[in-house]
Write a protein that binds this ligand. Structure first.
Ligand code: KIV
Length: 265
C-alpha cells in the first residue's frame, strides 16, 4: 500500500491527473490505523460522530470538545492519510471563533479543517486560509442546516438552487479552500462544479463525476440495518458482531468458555 504522506499539493496533483481521491470518516485510533493502512487518502473526524458514536439524532449537539477529543485519537493512529476535522455547529459563527477553534483542531492533530457553507462563509474561509489553516469546504446538503432545509433533502433540484450551489462552490474556491465536499446533489450539477473548479471535489451522494468520494465508515462497513441510497455496503459488521457476541454469551453461560487453554495456570 501507499507509503508516502498525503499532502495538499499531492491532492492537487491527483485532481490534475484524474486519480480518484478516497476519503472516509474515522473517530478513533484503531479504526484510523486500519483505514490508513488500507491507503485511504483522507480521514475525516466528522461531526457525523454525533449520529454514529454519540447517539444523537443529528450533528447539531456535537461540540468542539468532542471533535478535539476524537481528533487526538485519530491523529495518533495515522501515518500517511491527511487528517481533516469538522468544525462543529456554531464553532465558526464569527471570524474570531473560526480562527480560535480551527487553531484548536490543528493543535489537536488535524492537518486541515472542514466547514459547511458557501458564499456566506467566503470571508471566514479566506481569513483561515490566509492564516495558514487549510480549509475543506462543504456545500449542497449541509447536515448542520437541517432545520433550514427541512430535513436531509437532496439540494440543487431547481434552477435557482443550482445557481446558488454553483455560486457557493466558486466562492469556496476563491476564498482559498484546497478541496470541497459536494453532498446530496444531482450528479449533473456535481459534474459541472467539478469541471468548473481547479480544486478537487469530493462527492457524498453526488454521483460519479467528482474527483473523489467520501462515506461514513460505519455505513460502508454495515453497522446499520438502514443505509441511504448512495451508500454501498462493503461488509455486514452488524451481523458479524451480533453473531460473535451471541456466541460468546452462550459459551460463557454454558461453561464452554473459558477452558484451561485460556488460563494462566
Ligand atoms: O461528518 C461527516 O461525516 C461528513 C461527511 C459525510 C462528508 O461531513
Amino acid at each position: 500500500m501507499r507509503k508516502e504522506k498525503v499532502t495538499l499539493p499531492r491532492l492537487m496533483e491527483m485532481k490534475k491527473s484524474g486519480e480518484k481521491i478516497t476519503m472516509l470518516t474515522a473517530y478513533d485510533c484503531l479504526l484510523a490505523q486500519i483505514l490508513d493502512e488500507a491507503g485511504i487518502d483522507i480521514l475525516l473526524v466528522g461531526d457525523s460522530m454525533g449520529n454514529v458514536i454519540l447517539g444523537y439524532e443529528n450533528t447539531i449537539p456535537v461540540t468542539m470538545r468532542d471533535i478535539i477529543h476524537h481528533t487526538k485519537a485519530v491523529s495518533r493512529g495515522v501515518k500517511n492519510a491527511l487528517v481533516v476535522s469538522d468544525m462543529p455547529f456554531m464553532s465558526y459563527f464569527s471570524t474570531e471563533e473560526a480562527l480560535k477553534n480551527s487553531g484548536r483542531l490543528i493543535r489537536a492533530g488535524a492537518q486541515a479543517v472542514k466547514l459547511e457553507g458557501g458564499l456566506a462563509f467566503e470571508d471566514k474561509i479566506r481569513t483561515l486560509t490566509e492564516s495558514g489553516i487549510p480549509v475543506m469546504g462543504h456545500i449542497g446538503l449541509m447536515p448542520q442546516h437541517i432545520y433550514q432545509m427541512g430535513g436531509y433533502k437532496v439540494q440543487g433540484k431547481t434552477p435557482e438552487e443550482t445557481k446558488r450551489i454553483m455560486d457557493d462552490a466558486k466562492a469556496v474556491e476563491s476564498a482559498g479552500a484546497f478541496s470541497i465536499i459536494l453532498e446530496g446533489m444531482p450528479s449533473n450539477l456535481a459534474k459541472n462544479i467539478t469541471e468548473e473548479l481547479k480544486i478537487p471535489t469530493i462527492g457524498c451522494g453526488a454521483g460519479v463525476h467528482c474527483g473523489g468520494q467520501v462515506l461514513v465508515t460505519h455505513d460502508l462497513l454495515g453497522f446499520y440495518d438502514f443505509a441511504p441510497r448512495f451508500v454501498k455496503r462493503y461488509a455486514n459488521l452488524r451481523e458479524i458482531i451480533l453473531k460473535a457476541s451471541r456466541k460468546y454469551k452462550v459459551e460463557v453461560e454454558e461453561g464452554i468458555f473459558p477452558t484451561d487453554q485460556y488460563s494462566y495456570d
